[in-house]
Design a protein around this ligand. Structure first.
Ligand SMILES: *Cc1c(COP(=O)(O)O)cnc(C)c1O
Length: 448
């Protein structure tokens, strides 16, 4: 059972923590992590290592032959699921003008919104966990051998094997989409337990691919709990546990190795005097946490990672800043977990990710739904890039690095701000239907 918070603890938090008060009052806020450690110390006490990231990368590589056959759209990247890194100059100018503060350094967008197969960051961790499940089953069945080309996994023989197993997941939408699509393709029976805030088109798309979709009245946690319970009854069912899965986490982490290649290819230096500032939209924490962990193993003290959350669903900021992690929910602060950013609508963060990432993270910040909407419309207007609301949470970080005194002081303590490279991690959006996207953009424009 989750620890419960009593009245006295709330009173004490209210008195002693300005972050808690900001959360209660739904104020946009920045928290700089005073428990961050130098990389060497943080990694020394961590249960995961750079070798874990490398072995996840190797598993992705083994599946490249499968992807080239099963998802031909991945051929341009040689069977790897990867997204572009794009420099934003018009958006940078527009942000500087809008917020009256020039953003120091260069600004890039990591477009996981445009990852093949499922159009969101979940195409990293979600798909990876299903691949590992399939590989384990295939190897132990004796039908697949070490060194074989994994193209065979796209044949009927293996589909038949996997059809004796099932996969289940609880999701606000995008994780369900990723797991549903890859599981159905491999031949697994798959059930996605969807929370009330999941979009209708995602359910429809999944059903069209033969995925069983079960809908819940409650939020993400309710969907996960029911999914977990149902899956436990069946020992041929693999439940993807978004809150606690190390496999999922490591699937995401491989993004860091790919990003390093992209930065090298573009001639962008990352070192002590050229810091990399990365802003990651955060829900339960696995996606952004996994990416941030990978980045720390690659760039060490030269990368600075921030989680970005809606004011109404700021579970990671609340958990990390109070040190209570999954022992506190936004509801304990009277916050409703209602946001247009459906990918971030999580009231209680993953305890596994919060505790693991505490010594690595530079901080967390929150922004309002209105702010996300406005940023969505600005990006559509200036760059013709269309993202879902969640994906814009990271876009506010570069602005804060000049407008927020805490964030600015942090950056200045690291290096000369003009030498920084900012990356807003765009976590989803390319699969959103046109009419829905037009509504998002119109809604954003209505705030100007
Ligand atoms: C899932 C998701 C996130 C956050 O990932 P978590 O693992 O839940 O923290 C961010 N943006 C989008 C679009 C997502 O779908």
């Amino acid at each position: 059972m989750k620890m419960s918070i009593n009245e006295n603890m709330i009173k004490e938090l209210r008195e002693n923590s300005s972050i808690f008060r900001a959360v209660e009052n739904l104020e946009e806020t920045v928290w700089i992590n005073d428990k961050k450690l130098p990389y060497d110390e943080a990694i020394a006490q961590c249960t995961l290592t750079a070798d874990d990231v490398a072995s996840a990368e190797a598993r992705w590589a083994r599946f490249a032959d499968f992807f080239k056959v099963a998802f031909p759209e991945t051929c341009i990247n040689n069977g790897l699921i990867e997204s572009p890194l794009k420099e934003l100059s018009s958006m940078k100018d527009a942000l500087s003008e809008k917020f009256g503060a020039a953003i120091p350094g260069r600004l890039f967008l990591k477009m996981d919104s445009h990852l093949p197969i499922s159009g969101s960051i979940k195409a990293r961790g979600g798909i990876y966990e299903v691949l590992k499940t399939a590989e384990d089953i295939a190897l132990s069945s004796g039908l697949l051998h070490e060194g074989d080309s994994y193209a065979c996994l796209a044949t009927d023989r293996f589909r038949e094997l996997f059809s004796q197993y099932s996969v289940a997941v609880g999701s606000t939408g995008n994780l369900g989409l990723s797991i549903g699509i890859i599981s159905a393709k491999l031949g697994f029976k798959v059930t996605v337990h969807m929370s009330a805030d999941a979009r209708e088109w995602k359910k429809k798309l999944l059903r069209s691919k033969g995925v069983r979709v079960i809908e819940y009245e409650g939020d993400y946690s309710a969907a996960v709990e029911s999914g977990r319970k149902e899956a436990l009854k069946d020992d041929h069912c693999h439940f993807v546990d978004d809150e606690n899965s190390k496999t999922l986490f490591l699937g995401y982490s491989v993004a860091a190795l790919r990003l390093k290649n992209q930065l090298d290819g573009m001639g962008i230096k990352v070192d002590a005097s050229h810091p990399l500032m990365v802003y990651l939209p955060c829900g339960v924490g696995g996606g952004p946490g996994g990416v941030a962990f990978g980045l720390k193993t690659v760039f060490g003290d030269n990368v600075h990672c921030f989680f970005a959350e809606p004011t109404h669903s700021c579970c990671m900021l609340l958990g990390m800043a109070t040190g209570l992690h999954n022992g506190i929910s936004v509801r304990d602060a009277g916050v409703d977990n209602m946001t247009i950013a459906d990918g971030l609508a999580v009231g209680r963060a993953s305890g596994f990710v919060g505790k693991l990432m505490q010594p690595f993270m530079s901080g967390c910040y929150t922004l309002s739904d209105e702010r996300m909407s406005m940023l969505l419309a600005m990006l559509a207007d200036t760059e013709k890039i269309f993202l879902e609301p969640s994906a814009l949470a990271g876009m506010y970080g570069p602005v804060l690095s000049s407008t927020d005194s805490g964030m600015r002081t942090y950056l200045e303590s690291v290096s000369s701000p003009a030498d920084a490279t900012h990356i807003a991690w765009a976590t989803g959006g390319s699969m959103v239907p046109t009419e829905e996207m037009e509504e998002f953009v119109a809604n954003g424009n209505s705030y100007f």
